[in-house]
Write a new protein. Structure first.
Length: 200
């Protein structure tokens, strides 16, 4: 059966969207992992409720990771072997890695590890475009947080007197600094992953 050009174009567009979804899913998982690590760092003492919330985040991450592994089997079949090798290296007496420590084996990770041939070049290109956009938005967020922090510090130093006001502004600046550090980490991860483009 012959397809008209519009149907072929629609099929190609659908395939391109699926490829893009595979790349986007990996980056979203990476961001979930980073968020979970940030939550664990920010929480000094875990209450039972907070521990349950973190476990729920881990469970959601593991579920999405399983769906992502299915996508990887379709688009990057060699990753299944890498996952099996990683599991084989693990000490069986230790507990399995938690969701935030699980390697994702994104196309950029393969390229940086010298295994560029295990991944399709169109996936590398798609991730490169996503990483570039991620870097652009991350840099904008870092700049705006730095701008907000500098204004808070200037306002505190010129207008706030007394312990109550200083404590309130100190808390605000501390929260903003934590958000800034988290955003800088995300930006640095995206920039590091985008660095594979020059290799090869």
């Amino acid at each position: 059966m012959r397809l008209c050009p519009a149907e072929v174009a629609a099929q190609l567009k659908k395939a391109e969207l699926e490829d893009l979804a595979a790349g986007r899913a990996g980056i979203q998982l990476e961001e979930m992992q980073q968020r979970l690590v940030e939550e664990l760092k920010a929480t000094t003492t875990l209450t039972a409720e907070r521990r349950n919330q973190i476990e729920e985040l881990r469970i959601a991450l593991v579920k999405k990771l399983k769906a992502f592994r299915n996508l990887q089997e379709a688009y990057m079949p060699a990753v299944a072997q890498l996952v099996a090798e990683e599991e084989g290296k693990r000490n069986p007496e230790l507990e399995p890695t938690v969701g935030e420590e699980t390697p994702l084996w994104l196309p950029s990770t393969l390229a940086l590890a010298g295994k560029r041939d295990l991944c399709r070049t169109d996936l590398l290109d798609a991730e490169a475009r996503l990483r570039e956009a991620q870097c652009d938005s991350g840099l904008t967020k870092v700049r705006s947080l730095l701008f907000a922090k500098s204004h808070l510090v200037i306002h505190r130093n010129t207008n706030v007197v007394g312990q109550k006001g200083s404590t309130r502004f100190g808390t605000l600046i501390g929260r903003l600094t934590a958000r800034l550090v988290a955003q800088q980490t995300r930006y640095n991860v995206a920039l590091g992953a985008a660095g594979y483009q020059g290799q090869g």
